[in-house]
Design a binder for this molecule. Structure first.
Ligand SMILES: [Zn+2]
Length: 604
């Protein structure tokens, strides 16, 4: 944390280490020209309004217009925000980026009539349209995604009323966010160097990983002391947020908030219930992991603040960027020649912005639009974790590449439900490769622990969140008030059930619900767990399976949004309405837990 490094200025970074955005717009003047063109196109949107019912040809024309607008918009927007990410202090790109945001909003507004107008056309008439015009048949899935909501759309007058009060439904979440990010004052605690540091959400995460127990403990206690003080307010914001979800579901004739949320992606509720059920069946594995951690750390009592510190130091495995590229190509080889050729392209054709420079946006992401290369932003430093990040983002980028090159624009994206599967599968393939090649027990222990911690934080923890989220929605729907006492009691018990008897029951953890922003995301977190488990099953098929199984996986990467996510995954070989893929994932977790137990026993 106290490491002082002199970062290069953006213009000092070697060209080969930067992404090549000149392929998108040769100059910023080209971007300005495109901006002008798009502004004119957006003005034309109104001429299509009210034409859809005239017939199949008119409908096709309107869809084409919408596609052109969105396609140009994405490229314009991505270029500006990526230029701005290169150096967030650059005011020219800040301004381009905010102009891109405004034109984005204008474009959406100019096309807002499209969905209601489609919904105003009776199904029989639409069926005639499909039969009439071959090109329209191609947009069938796109239109069905809109008409699928038909029974949940209200008469125009009521829709108007709802639109007028829409903001109120997000009020509680907004208040939580302002309180949590701006107003709450956290105490000053000591860091590893014994210096005073102001506790914040980011600093809290870092201090919990400290090897100094006192540092972890005081961060943990300091954080929860604040949530303890505000628990009644936070129960109120959460409660009103849940009421908002439940009320909207009721108004729109859904049987529950969960049905409403999951139906956006056409995900059956059984996927959610199956996840919770199978994870619960496998909680003894998490209990064993906790017991192992307690033993390895040689502590009398294992507390919540002992769960995040690394069990094994990673200093034995460091990769420079050049070494990481080689390793990535070796590790990802089971994905086949076609896949690998695009990974090489990513390295050779400057898809990647590699090194950190002054003002650069932190972290890593994969981005780009339909008409661009799927660029990757990194802030490289030599470590194994960065190699994992590289193959993760590469997973997103090759998924985007395949999708964009095999699907028309209208189906050229993919939902969040599918996105993390491609990236996590790559991470799992890397783990397989490292475990197949590294012999040193300490190195193996580090890799195994990296995997187990990832699994714990994703499959177990996010399912725990999912269970809690469903509980609060059903309780509210049944008329039971969500008081802080009630939330604390349920969450404390839930946490104890997940981690088992080897974890000491810290009173503070019962308040964890109060600080998790995801509980305001409306049934979002379960996708992290299902995605991780699906990726685990898929990587096994890719590394140890048949060519047919590999091709099925590649088909998923090429499918985009041409079908509903559950159907796309079925074709990839994973049926997420059944429990098998979860059971497979837990088998891998168990094998790796067994090996880590053995190694730690020997090293000891
Ligand atoms: Zn990701």
């Amino acid at each position: 944390m106290s490491e002082i490094k002199k970062l290069p200025k953006r213009e000092e970074v070697a060209v080969k280490d930067t992404w090549d955005l000149t392929k998108v717009f040769a100059t910023d003047e080209e971007w300005e020209k495109a901006f002008e063109e798009l502004t004119k196109l957006i003005e034309q949107s109104a001429t299509f309004q009210g034409t859809l019912e005239k017939g199949a040809d008119a409908l096709v024309l309107a869809i084409h217009h919408m596609e052109v607008v969105n396609r140009k918009l994405e490229t314009l927007y991505c270029y500006a925000s990526m230029k701005s990410d290169e150096d967030t202090t650059n005011s020219k790109y800040q301004s381009m980026s905010s102009r891109a945001g405004s034109i984005f909003a204008n474009a959406q507004e100019s096309l807002a009539w499209f969905e209601p107008e489609i919904l105003s056309i009776p199904d029989e008439v639409l069926q005639d349209f499909f039969a009439e015009n071959e090109e329209l048949a191609f947009y069938k899935h796109f239109i069905e995604q809109i008409t699928g909501k038909r029974e949940h759309i209200l008469p125009a007058e009521q829709e108007g009323l709802l639109a007028g009060v829409a903001e109120i439904f997000s009020g509680a979440g907004e208040t939580f966010s302002i309180l949590n990010n701006a107003d709450l004052q956290f105490p000053v605690v000591k860091n590893d160097e014994g210096e005073d540091v102001q506790l914040s959400h980011g600093v809290f995460g870092q201090l919990l990983e400290s090897r100094n127990r006192e540092v972890r403990k005081s961060a943990f206690e300091g954080m929860y002391q604040v949530y303890d003080q505000f628990q009644h307010t936070l129960a109120s914001t959460l409660s009103f947020n849940v009421k908002g979800d439940n009320t909207q579901a009721k108004i729109r004739h859904y049987s529950s908030a969960r049905e409403k949320a999951l139906s956006q992606n056409h995900v059956p509720e059984s996927v959610y219930d199956t996840l919770v059920e199978v994870v619960n069946e496998h909680l003894p594995l998490l209990h064993r992991y906790v017991a192992l951690r307690k033993k390895a750390m040689k502590v009398e009592e294992l507390h919540t603040y002992d769960l995040y510190t690394p069990l094994i130091e990673d200093d034995s495995l460091k990769y420079t960027y050049e070494q990481a590229k080689e390793k990535a190509l070796l590790a990802l080889a089971p994905l086949g020649e076609e896949y690998l050729s695009h990974v090489k392209e990513a390295f050779d054709d400057r898809w990647i912005d590699v090194v950190e420079n002054q003002g650069k946006r932190s972290g890593a992401y994969s981005g780009g639009s339909y008409d661009m290369s799927p660029y990757i932003l990194m802030n490289w430093h030599d470590s194994l974790d960065q190699l994992y990040t590289l193959v993760h983002e590469m997973g997103h980028s090759i998924h985007s590449y395949f999708t964009r090159n095999n699907q028309p624009f209208i189906y050229g994206d993919y939902s969040i439900f599918l996105a993390e599967i491609a990236s996590t599968t790559n991470e799992n393939i890397l783990t397989e490769h490292l475990l197949a090649t590294e012999k040193d027990p300490k190195v193996r222990a580090y890799i195994l622990n990296h995997y187990l911690d990832g699994f714990k934080g994703t499959v177990f923890r996010q399912t725990q969140f999912a269970e809690f989220e469903h509980f609060i929605h059903t309780q509210d729907a049944a008329g039971n008030p969500l008081t802080s006492d009630m939330l604390n009691e349920y969450y404390g018990d839930l946490n104890a059930r997940y981690y088992g008897e080897h974890l000491t029951k810290d009173a503070q953890i019962a308040l964890e619900w109060a600080r998790i922003p995801h509980f305001y995301y409306n049934y979002y977190v379960f996708q992290y767990s299902t995605g991780f488990a699906a990726a685990s099953a898929l990587s096994q098929k890719i590394v140890h399976g048949t060519e047919k199984e590999l091709n099925q996986y590649l088909d998923y990467l090429k499918a985009g949004s041409s079908d509903y996510p559950i159907e796309v995954m079925k074709r990839a070989g994973v049926d997420m309405t059944r429990k098998d893929y979860l059971v497979e994932a837990f088998k891998v977790f168990e094998q790796r837990l067994n090996e880590l137990e053995e190694i730690l026993e020997e090293i000891d």
